[in-house]
Design a protein around this ligand. Sequence first.
Ligand code: XBP
Ligand code: MG
Length: 270
Amino acid sequence: MTLAPMATLRALIWDVDGTLAESERDGHLPAFNEAFRRTGLNWQWDDAMYGELLAVTGGVDRMRSYAKRFDPQSLTHPDFEDVLRDTHRIKNRLYGMRVNEGRVGLRPGVQALIEEAARAGVRQAIATTTSRANVHALLDATLGERWPTLFEALVCGEDVDAKKPDPSVFHLTLDRLDLQADDCLAIEDSPNGLAAASAAGLRCLITESEYFRGADFTGSIRVVGDLDTDKNKGAGDRITLARLREWFADSRPPREVALPARNREIRPGA
Ligand code: XBP
Ligand code: MG
């Protein structure tokens, strides 16, 4: 019997919304509602509705999907697509303002893990379906001007044709890092994020967030709450890099791997 070599964790690939921050609840949702008021859309999303709408990633696609389900009349407006674009632009500006006002902070334990990984030479990247401007705003406001030195790749919604659960954002991130999926751990908070990471052949840790608590995360290597508390160990015992390395080495990469359009070799777990 030949034993498979033990996998070594070489990079962390971070999601943004819901993972680095509760930015959906504290940033995007209130910004969407204020943008609707400003553009004259007679829409108002509450928490329960937004939780449902998050099944669709990407702000513009989310609004379009809401219109189809709940306000089909709006689709017949000749300028509907322009209204969506304007509303989204305004929403992102308001989101940036909220972030600058300090209303969207990093989740507990996030900064400690980022700093620890950086000190240990574990490489880091960001793979998100949000707009680039939103990521810049959040990282500027929370990690300050040194954040570009912490993340080697920053892949955002504008960089791909299809958003999560499509794996494109992860394929591009792996390309930029020049690493194989088997070397990296994705950190996500949503079923769409997990599906995207798994389809790219990545192991995935789930840090449960407001809107996806209790969702089905089968296929992840672990489901934890905030990163400052290991549920199995008790309050105050945070998710350390050592723990991630252990969980990573003890797990297998996902079997369901969608090959990227470009013929890149990705080896699913045996
Ligand atoms: C994030 C998203 C984004 C944000 C809003 O998903 O789906 O659409 O909700 O950002 P994930 P934009 O955390 O899985 O990357 O309005 O810029 O799209
Ligand atoms: Mg997310």
